[in-house]
Design a protein. Structure first.
Length: 169
Protein backbone atom coordinates (compact mmCIF):
# COMPACT_ATOMS: atom_id res chain seq x y z
CA UNK A 1 0.00 0.00 0.00
CA UNK A 2 2.85 2.40 0.84
CA UNK A 3 4.51 1.68 -2.49
CA UNK A 4 1.27 2.33 -4.39
CA UNK A 5 0.78 5.57 -2.49
CA UNK A 6 4.35 6.68 -3.22
CA UNK A 7 3.93 5.77 -6.89
CA UNK A 8 0.63 7.64 -7.13
CA UNK A 9 2.18 10.73 -5.50
CA UNK A 10 3.98 11.44 -8.77
CA UNK A 11 0.69 13.00 -9.90
CA UNK A 12 1.40 15.87 -7.49
CA UNK A 13 3.86 17.03 -10.15
CA UNK A 14 1.10 17.42 -12.77
CA UNK A 15 -0.21 20.76 -11.41
CA UNK A 16 3.37 22.03 -11.24
CA UNK A 17 3.90 21.27 -14.92
CA UNK A 18 0.52 22.84 -15.67
CA UNK A 19 1.69 25.90 -13.70
CA UNK A 20 4.66 26.15 -16.03
CA UNK A 21 2.19 26.72 -18.86
CA UNK A 22 1.03 29.82 -16.95
CA UNK A 23 4.65 30.97 -16.84
CA UNK A 24 4.76 30.39 -20.60
CA UNK A 25 1.75 32.67 -21.01
CA UNK A 26 3.50 35.35 -18.94
CA UNK A 27 6.63 35.05 -21.08
CA UNK A 28 4.53 35.33 -24.26
CA UNK A 29 2.84 38.48 -22.95
CA UNK A 30 6.23 40.01 -22.15
CA UNK A 31 7.55 38.99 -25.57
CA UNK A 32 4.72 40.74 -27.40
CA UNK A 33 4.99 43.76 -25.10
CA UNK A 34 8.67 44.09 -26.08
CA UNK A 35 7.78 43.54 -29.77
CA UNK A 36 5.14 46.28 -29.56
CA UNK A 37 7.71 48.58 -27.95
CA UNK A 38 10.22 47.78 -30.71
CA UNK A 39 7.77 48.38 -33.55
CA UNK A 40 6.46 51.58 -31.96
CA UNK A 41 9.92 53.12 -31.72
CA UNK A 42 11.78 51.49 -34.60
CA UNK A 43 12.28 54.75 -36.52
CA UNK A 44 13.63 56.67 -33.51
CA UNK A 45 15.71 53.84 -32.07
CA UNK A 46 19.46 53.71 -32.41
CA UNK A 47 21.18 50.61 -33.72
CA UNK A 48 22.53 49.52 -30.33
CA UNK A 49 19.12 49.96 -28.68
CA UNK A 50 17.52 47.88 -31.42
CA UNK A 51 20.15 45.18 -30.94
CA UNK A 52 19.43 45.16 -27.20
CA UNK A 53 15.69 44.80 -27.72
CA UNK A 54 16.24 42.05 -30.28
CA UNK A 55 18.53 40.22 -27.84
CA UNK A 56 15.86 40.57 -25.17
CA UNK A 57 13.34 38.95 -27.58
CA UNK A 58 15.77 36.10 -28.30
CA UNK A 59 16.32 35.71 -24.57
CA UNK A 60 12.56 35.44 -23.94
CA UNK A 61 12.17 32.88 -26.74
CA UNK A 62 14.99 30.75 -25.27
CA UNK A 63 13.40 30.88 -21.83
CA UNK A 64 10.01 29.96 -23.32
CA UNK A 65 11.55 27.02 -25.18
CA UNK A 66 13.23 25.90 -21.98
CA UNK A 67 9.89 26.01 -20.14
CA UNK A 68 8.26 23.87 -22.85
CA UNK A 69 11.11 21.37 -22.75
CA UNK A 70 10.99 21.06 -18.95
CA UNK A 71 7.19 20.95 -18.91
CA UNK A 72 6.79 18.17 -21.46
CA UNK A 73 9.81 16.01 -20.74
CA UNK A 74 9.39 16.39 -16.97
CA UNK A 75 5.77 15.29 -17.26
CA UNK A 76 6.72 12.36 -19.50
CA UNK A 77 9.64 11.28 -17.30
CA UNK A 78 8.01 11.61 -13.91
CA UNK A 79 4.22 11.55 -14.28
CA UNK A 80 2.78 9.83 -17.35
CA UNK A 81 3.24 9.38 -21.08
CA UNK A 82 1.74 12.11 -23.20
CA UNK A 83 -0.70 10.48 -25.59
CA UNK A 84 -0.54 12.31 -28.91
CA UNK A 85 -3.15 11.13 -31.39
CA UNK A 86 -2.12 9.99 -34.84
CA UNK A 87 -2.08 12.93 -37.25
CA UNK A 88 -1.43 15.51 -34.50
CA UNK A 89 1.87 17.35 -34.40
CA UNK A 90 4.34 15.43 -32.29
CA UNK A 91 7.61 16.88 -31.11
CA UNK A 92 10.49 14.67 -32.29
CA UNK A 93 12.22 14.78 -28.93
CA UNK A 94 9.11 13.94 -26.91
CA UNK A 95 9.71 10.75 -24.98
CA UNK A 96 13.43 10.74 -25.81
CA UNK A 97 14.77 13.07 -23.11
CA UNK A 98 15.68 11.35 -19.88
CA UNK A 99 16.29 13.35 -16.70
CA UNK A 100 20.06 13.50 -17.30
CA UNK A 101 19.69 14.74 -20.87
CA UNK A 102 17.10 17.26 -19.72
CA UNK A 103 19.56 18.63 -17.15
CA UNK A 104 22.18 19.03 -19.86
CA UNK A 105 19.73 20.84 -22.14
CA UNK A 106 18.71 23.12 -19.26
CA UNK A 107 22.38 23.85 -18.51
CA UNK A 108 23.07 24.58 -22.19
CA UNK A 109 20.04 26.89 -22.31
CA UNK A 110 21.23 28.73 -19.21
CA UNK A 111 24.63 29.23 -20.87
CA UNK A 112 22.90 30.57 -24.00
CA UNK A 113 20.74 32.93 -21.93
CA UNK A 114 23.77 34.07 -19.96
CA UNK A 115 25.64 34.66 -23.24
CA UNK A 116 22.85 36.93 -24.43
CA UNK A 117 22.91 38.89 -21.18
CA UNK A 118 26.68 39.22 -21.43
CA UNK A 119 26.36 40.42 -25.02
CA UNK A 120 23.83 43.02 -23.84
CA UNK A 121 26.36 44.18 -21.24
CA UNK A 122 29.09 44.42 -23.88
CA UNK A 123 26.86 46.54 -26.12
CA UNK A 124 26.65 49.03 -23.24
CA UNK A 125 30.23 48.50 -22.06
CA UNK A 126 30.97 52.23 -21.82
CA UNK A 127 28.26 52.61 -19.17
CA UNK A 128 29.32 49.54 -17.17
CA UNK A 129 31.73 49.79 -14.22
CA UNK A 130 34.64 47.42 -14.77
CA UNK A 131 34.13 45.59 -11.46
CA UNK A 132 30.51 44.85 -12.39
CA UNK A 133 31.61 43.71 -15.86
CA UNK A 134 34.14 41.38 -14.26
CA UNK A 135 31.37 39.78 -12.17
CA UNK A 136 29.17 39.29 -15.24
CA UNK A 137 32.04 37.48 -16.98
CA UNK A 138 32.85 35.39 -13.89
CA UNK A 139 29.21 34.35 -13.47
CA UNK A 140 28.94 33.49 -17.17
CA UNK A 141 32.14 31.43 -17.06
CA UNK A 142 30.79 29.65 -13.98
CA UNK A 143 27.67 28.67 -15.96
CA UNK A 144 29.85 27.49 -18.87
CA UNK A 145 32.12 25.46 -16.58
CA UNK A 146 29.14 23.95 -14.75
CA UNK A 147 27.51 22.90 -18.02
CA UNK A 148 30.77 21.38 -19.26
CA UNK A 149 31.30 19.49 -16.02
CA UNK A 150 27.72 18.22 -16.07
CA UNK A 151 28.31 16.95 -19.61
CA UNK A 152 31.55 15.23 -18.64
CA UNK A 153 29.98 13.66 -15.54
CA UNK A 154 26.99 12.49 -17.57
CA UNK A 155 29.29 10.94 -20.15
CA UNK A 156 31.38 9.20 -17.46
CA UNK A 157 28.37 8.04 -15.44
CA UNK A 158 26.22 6.78 -18.28
CA UNK A 159 28.79 5.83 -20.95
CA UNK A 160 28.75 2.15 -19.98
CA UNK A 161 24.94 2.11 -19.83
CA UNK A 162 24.60 3.78 -23.23
CA UNK A 163 27.26 1.59 -24.86
CA UNK A 164 25.57 -1.51 -23.43
CA UNK A 165 22.20 -0.49 -24.90
CA UNK A 166 23.67 0.28 -28.33
CA UNK A 167 24.89 -3.02 -29.85
CA UNK A 168 25.45 -1.60 -33.33
CA UNK A 169 29.04 -0.55 -32.50
Amino acid sequence: MIERLLYASRWLLAPIYLGLSLALIAIAIKFFQETYHLLGHILTMGESEMVLVTLALIDLSLVASLVVMVMFSGYENFVSRIDVREGDDKLDWLGKLDAGTLKLKVAASIVAISSIHLLQVFVNISQMPSDKLMWYVIIHLTFVLSALLMGVLDRISFAAHRDHGDKSH
